[in-house]
Design a protein around this ligand. Structure first.
Ligand SMILES: *[C@@H]1O[C@H](CO)[C@@H](O)[C@H](O)[C@H]1NC(C)=O
Length: 527
């Protein structure tokens, strides 16, 4: 039976791959982790035999034959220089990355991307054709315009766990009572005040994006895309026709990282696709170090955007001292050489993270809680201590606590004592490692690998011209019908009518009764 299944899978894989398609992948975000996600799409689609055009701010040395890159590295200039600086964030001198800040900043980035000379050449060349366009959703929906230009299916890539922003583009927003925004600092189950706060926050951002900013966004869409449609002799579709036209959301998430939100058919999990099937081998010196660590290894990295070297000096010193007092071997991904290192602490300027996480002697991963690091720790079954800093890191760490394989330490000048306590707890108490292993099993126990799922769904969308059968019927109803506002209005009108009738009737009856009283009174007098 199993053999037959394998054979069937193989045959269907070959059939699916036999047609080479032209795919445009748009990942313009100037951030390493987003680049890793874009690269993952490109790698798997090329392996499946497709031709890929890739809009990216990162330069590709020696791109493979079927890959063409379009450079939007000027997007790096758009971010405030101090945005992801650890000291700046701790001292609150950096711009705070709120949803409202991101919505405005990312609109600017969308504009910078579309107006880029090479992107303009691509969009304005009538010979260019694509079978599908994959766009990373980054706070603005403008990227949907790419698919409309080429009259082909649109696939949104979502870098984080399912959230209301992106789900409302293919279905309906999630319920804030149990699915929080990806930038929330707390996570379900919510207390009364958190629940109210979450509702308020989502309504506020909703209002900002879809009422306050919407005119601006729509105008930008028109100014960016109208000339392109003009040149092609086509009428510009409305912004709503374009932004609600996606065939799928492919989500860098899975049940192991997300919180089990209810999801439409056009949402597919592919979390973990960025991880290679074959783990790179450790460099010889690192392998020796980890093999020989009889008390286990602690790996500390704040990810690819945040740099440990930006930590305030006193924090670096207290962390070093604390690490020096541990019996475990500590690997710290750090971008500069530190003097006076304790014997058990080793600095890695570059860390082969997945290979380190895969090593059996690794005891705990101290991380900022980015979704890539969190997914990798689940993939390899390693417990974490999260020090969340911005974005979705708070809820990622929150979920790891809920799921039982993580603990949290707040980013602070005095965090080293707290961190030591948590390290002792995670390394002594077996339940964190056991939970991580259990989640790792769930993570891998899927019918096919996330990379195969990615290729399958992209092929499916291409082969069915946009997979209209997956489209949510919610998209075809205006808000007032979805929320039964017409019924509410009808009930209100009826109640009002009943109220007026009753009032009139009462008034009439009263006046009759009063008249009777008066009449009988006057009769009495007459007698
Ligand atoms: C909507 O998507 C379909 C394919 O799914 C595509 O053919 C069509 O051009 C798109 N329309 C707009 C307005 O983007």
């Amino acid at each position: 039976m199993e053999n037959v299944m394998t054979l069937l899978l193989l045959v269907s894989a070959i059939l699916a791959c036999s047609e080479s398609a032209k795919i445009l992948v748009v990942f313009p975000g100037p951030s390493k982790s987003h680049g890793i996600l874009g690269d993952g799409y490109v790698r798997h689609l090329l392996n499946a035999g497709h031709e890929v055009t890739y809009i990216t701010p990162f330069t590709y040395k020696n791109p493979p034959a079927n890959l063409r890159t379009v450079d939007v590295s000027s997007n790096f200039k758009l971010l405030p220089p101090n945005l992801v600086n650890l000291k700046g964030i701790m001292d609150k001198t950096s711009v705070e990355m709120t949803a409202i800040f991101m919505l405005s900043a990312m609109l600017e980035m969308a504009k910078n991307t579309v107006t880029n000379t090479d992107v303009q050449n691509l969009l304005n060349d009538p010979k260019e054709q694509f079978d599908a366009v994959i766009v990373e959703w980054l706070f603005s929906d403008i990227g949907a315009g790419f698919a409309s230009v080429f009259e082909c299916p649109l696939i949104w890539s979502s870098s984080v766990d399912p959230h209301w922003h992106i789900l409302q583009l293919i279905d309906e927003p999630t319920n804030p009572a149990y699915t929080v925004d990806f930038m929330s600092t707390y996570f379900p189950p919510l207390s009364f005040s958190q629940r109210v706060n979450e509702l308020w926050n989502q309504l506020k951002v909703q209002f900002f994006k879809y009422v306050w900013l919407d005119g601006v966004e729509e105008k930008l869409y028109t100014s960016l895309f109208a000339p392109i449609f003009d040149k092609r002799g086509r009428k510009l579709p409305t912004y709503n026709e374009v932004r609600y036209n996606a065939s799928l959301v492919l989500s860098n998430s899975y049940v192991t990282t997300s919180g089990g939100a209810s999801l439409p058919q056009s949402h597919k999990f592919i979390g973990g696709y960025h991880i290679d099937d074959t783990v790179v081998t450790l460099p010889e010196n690192l392998k020796k170090l980890m093999d020989g660590a009889k008390d286990g290894v602690i790996y500390f990295s704040m990810g690819s955007n945040l740099r440990s070297k930006d930590l305030p000096d006193e924090v670096k010193i207290s962390l070093l001292k604390m690490f020096g007092s541990l019996k475990q071997t500590v690997l710290w991904k750090f971008e500069e050489v530190l003097p006076d290192l304790p014997k058990n602490v080793h600095i890695l300027e570059w860390a082969p993270q997945q290979a380190i996480l895969a090593h059996p002697n690794l005891a705990v991963f101290i991380t900022h809680g980015g979704l890539l690091s969190t997914t990798e720790s689940i993939h390899f079954g390693v417990p974490i201590i999260g020090i969340p800093v911005f974005g979705d890191q708070f809820i990622n760490v929150g979920k790891s606590i809920n799921k039982g394989f993580g603990l949290r330490v707040d980013l602070a000048y005095t965090m080293s004592d707290e961190l030591k306590k948590k390290i002792v707890e995670v390394t002594r108490n077996k339940r964190y490692a056991e939970k991580a292993k259990e989640l790792s099993f769930i993570h891998h126990d899927r019918p096919v690998k996330p990379s195969q799922e990615l290729v399958h769904w992209v092929n499916h969308v291409i082969n069915t011209r946009g997979a209209p059968h997956l489209r949510s019927p919610a998209l075809d109803l205006p808000l007032y019908k979805r929320k039964f506002l017409d019924l509410a209005a009808l009930i209100a009108v009826l109640l009002l009518a009943v109220y007026i009738l009753l009032k009139r009737a009462c008034a009439y009856i009263c006046s009759q009764m009063c008249a009777k009283k008066r009449n009988s009174g006057s009769k009495k007098k007459n007698n």
